[in-house]
Design a protein around this ligand. Structure first.
Ligand code: HEM
Length: 476
């Protein structure tokens, strides 16, 4: 097998854009010129949702396709994204039936999949608990956990093989567990929580084909019984953790569960136990794999691009001069941030944002009937050649260079946009910057020879099932 990342040694055509000799073009699936039949597209979608797009889809502004009875509308330019997710939020706030069916057994009426009144109420309570202004309070837990990972890598020594994807998943799960439940309970229960969620995900990690066909909501989905066990397991653990928290809550440290227990709505009412469990599950689910995938991709991209890796190391060595970063250092690490931003552009962890129209509406002058699926596909828009120069090239510098061609905030949406924008945006960015800074300061990661890395999307976009890399300490 060969490494599929393409480092171009000459001038080549990628999509509609020409790339230069030293440009690094990381892997992406084949893009067809002529659309295959629908049944074949559905088969492709089931295996990898990224492979169903043709060259024209990347360049488009607004497209619609009919899949059996359901109208699919794809918004791929800032003006129509704004119209769909901001202006038309009231009508387009409902998540797709695929997403709701996949996550409802676990998240109940949790913020991530609820809408209208329930969503508005929960957003008001949950968002402030993980808001940017609270991240300073969570930073010590993040840094401590990342430093444990660094120590763990240090004992493994030169050339040790790690699965960077699993390692980053472990790191971000530990961080989110300790943030939600507090240092000690987070440590005690992390393994159990992670196991429950990954069991669950194994069962739902596929496209809900019934819903794509537009079949009615009441029709039973096949996996109902299989996911009952992991759901029960997660609920039992969360209940146990909350009970332990209540028994020892005087520790005074910042934790999400403390925030949820103390939260009151506008009538002074606390959240019910079920609501607290649902929202804790939402934050764990939304906040761990996304950041883990981002970091895994960043390691892969840096391993293939000497120029960017050297720039990152130079920034870390100059700004930090050998000490660990603190929360205050984050704004002084612009290149580290740009690496994360460029990683999120090329490999957005949530590659598709889909909504169901709750009433007839219109976007870009096109009428959108009730029941249509309206999609913003970061995977497409972040590589739209009309919006970006050399869209398939890995170039963190584009986020720092004011002259680089970049769209407005509706054209770069790794965290979504509009009222349903990721409630953990600052948390996730800070966590990713600190993780990369602390680990890349001391280690270089090389891709294991012969590894074929390809992006695969089911619920989130990952570099396959694992990412074998070797560890190389930078300082002795
Ligand atoms: C790099 C890391 C992250 C990325 C790329 C990311 C991305 C996203 C995206 C795209 C959505 C909207 C999904 C949709 O519309 O279908 C979302 C929602 C959400 N995210 Fe994040 N996220 C990240 C980290 C986090 C973290 C660390 C937390 C919590 C601490 C978090 C909490 C949430 C919540 C609660 C929602 C639901 C918001 C709502 O529906 O109102 N996320 N995230």
């Amino acid at each position: 097998m060969t490494v599929s990342a393409q480092v171009s040694g000459d001038t080549r055509k990628v999509g509609a854009t020409t790339t230069k000799a030293e440009d690094f073009v990381p892997p992406y699936p084949f893009r067809y010129e002529k659309m295959p039949p629908v049944w074949s597209l559905i088969g492709m979608a089931k295996r990898n949702f990224l492979s169903i797009w043709g060259v024209d889809d990347f360049q488009s502004r607004l497209r619609s396709k009919k899949i059996f009875t359901r109208e699919l509308v794809i918004c791929n330019r800032p003006d129509v994204v704004r119209e769909a997710f901001q202006t038309n939020h009231e009508v387009l706030q409902r998540k797709s039936p695929q997403m709701r069916h996949a996550l409802q057994p676990l998240l109940g009426d949790g913020l991530f999949i609820s809408d209208t009144e329930t969503w508005a109420k929960r957003r008001k309570v949950v968002a402030p608990i993980i808001h940017g202004s609270r991240v300073r309070g969570f930073a010590p837990i993040m840094i401590e956990t990342i430093e444990e990972k660094r120590a763990d890598w240090a004992v493994q020594g030169e050339g040790a093989e790690v699965d960077a994807l699993a390692d980053m998943a472990h790191l971000t799960a530990e961080i989110i567990c300790r943030t939600i439940f507090g240092r000690q309970l987070g440590k005690d229960y992390a393994a159990e929580v992670v196991q429950g969620f990954s069991d669950y995900q194994r069962h739902i990690d596929q496209i809900d084909i019934l819903s794509l066909f537009g079949l009615p909501e009441w029709l039973p989905r096949f996996r109902g019984r299989a996911i009952k066990k992991p759901v029960e397991r997660i609920m039992t653990v969360l209940d146990k953790i909350i009970a332990s928290y209540e028994a020892q809550k005087e520790s005074g440290e910042t934790s999400v569960i403390g925030g949820l227990l103390e939260a009151r709505d506008e009538n002074g009412e606390p959240l019910s136990r079920d609501a607290i469990i649902s929202e804790a599950a939402v934050i764990f689910m939304a906040g761990h794999e996304t950041t883990a995938n981002t970091l895994a991709w960043a390691w892969f991209l840096l391993s293939q691009c000497d120029k960017s890796r050297a720039k990152l190391q130079a920034e870390l060595d100059t700004v930090l001069a050998g000490r660990s970063p603190t929360f205050q250092d984050v704004p002084n690490l612009p290149y580290t941030k740009a690496v994360i931003e460029e990683t999120l552009r090329l490999y957005p962890p949530v590659p598709i944002l889909a909504r169901e129209a709750m009433a007839d509406t219109s976007i870009g002058g096109k009428s959108v009937p009730k029941g249509s699926l309206v999609m913003v596909v970061p995977w497409l828009m972040h590589r739209n050649p009309v919006l970006w120069s050399k869209p398939d090239v890995f170039d963190p510098g584009r986020f720092l260079n004011p002259k680089s061609k970049k769209p407005n905030k509706y054209g770069y949406v790794p965290f979504s946009i509009g009222p349903r924008i990721c409630a953990g945006l600052q948390f996730g960015m800070t966590e990713a910057i600190l993780s990369l800074a602390i680990l890349a300061q001391d280690f270089e990661l090389k891709l294991k020879e012969g590894t074929d890395v390809q992006p695969v999307a089911r619920l989130t976009l990952r570099p396959g099932e694992n990412l074998p890399m070797t560890l190389h300490p930078r300082r002795t």
